[in-house]
Structures are given as C-alpha cells and as structure tokens.
Design a protein around this ligand. Structure first.
Ligand code: NI
Length: 168
C-alpha cells in the first residue's frame, strides 16, 4: 500500500497531520525559496517513520526529512574530503607523563586543524580533552586516528559535523 505525502519546507511548517495532503487543491502557499514535493512510501515504512518522529519529538515530517537530508550531505562532505568541522573527545590518565607528552606533540603537529582545546579534570586520574577541529576531512581523521593510536589512551571519539556552509 502506498501512502502519498507532501513535504514542505516553510519556516511555519504544518503539523504532522496536516502534512498529509490528499489533493493538489489543498496545497498551502509557501515562500518562493522553498520547494515542495510529494513522495510515495510504503504504508509500513511511513508508519515506522512517524513513530520515530514521535520518539524524537519532531513536530512534522518536513523537519525530520530536512535533518535526514542534512545528515547525508554532511556524510558526503566527509567522504569527499571537503572542509569540515567537528570535535574529538579524548579520555586518558594524566599520570602517564610520556602519554601526555605524546598527545601534546601530535596536537602541535595538527596546529592548523585544531581551533580550540578544552581540558577537563574528570577525577584524580582521568582527563577529558575536547578538541574542536576545522579543516580538510582527511586531516581531521588523521588527527583522530593518531590520537587513538597512542598507547594508553582510553577512548577517542570523533563527532563529524559541518562548517555550516552549503547547509540551509
Ligand atoms: Ni586533567
């Protein structure tokens, strides 16, 4: 069973209920910069999607689909080696002085990619560093991998985000 829905992208978006538009005559007027289109989806798929939207507190399908599109565009920016932004989260024990020196050396090597670093003393032993990064995707990934490879580092995660350019 197909379920035809219309997706709108105005600032004042319709409710989830209202975004199901059975006939073109019921289309709402939207600003010129916004594009409206309809897609056909399996009923089971749209039901699952609607449950997901409810769990994630989306007000309507358009907002959720906009986010899905942006996520995919950001993934593509990383895949294609574009300029990206993000954050590397690092956990280690600062009593291991060699380890600390090694981490510092790596960060100096990537000085052009690192835009800010925040150091948090989690407890007597453990430190967390949040390294804000902006630059070519490959440089950011190389930095994260270099930090991850240092013996004694407990955990490294890379949050892949965007500079915001080309995203509306
Ligand atoms: Ni510390």
């Amino acid at each position: 069973m197909d379920c035809r829905i219309f997706l709108t992208f105005p600032a004042n978006t319709p409710t989830l209920q209202n975004s199901i538009t059975p006939a073109p005559s019921q289309h709402r007027c939207v600003p010129m910069s916004l594009y409206r289109f309809g897609i056909s989806l399996d009923k089971n798929l749209i039901d699952q999607f609607d449950r997901l939207l409810k769990e994630r507190k989306y007000r309507n399908r358009s907002e959720a689909i906009r986010d899905l599109i942006r996520e995919e565009l950001v993934r593509k920016q990383w895949r294609c080696g574009n300029e990206v932004a993000g954050a590397i989260n690092l956990i280690y024990d600062h009593h291991r002085r060699e380890l600390v020196n090694h981490l510092m050396d790596i960060q100096h090597d990537f000085g052009k990619t690192i835009i800010s670093t925040q150091h948090i003393h989690l407890d007597h032993y453990h430190c967390m560093e949040i390294i804000a990064v902006k630059g070519r995707a490959r440089d950011v990934s190389n930095l994260a991998n270099a930090l991850k490879a240092v013996k004694g580092v407990m955990h490294v995660s890379l949050s892949m985000s965007s500079t915001g350019k080309k995203l509306v």
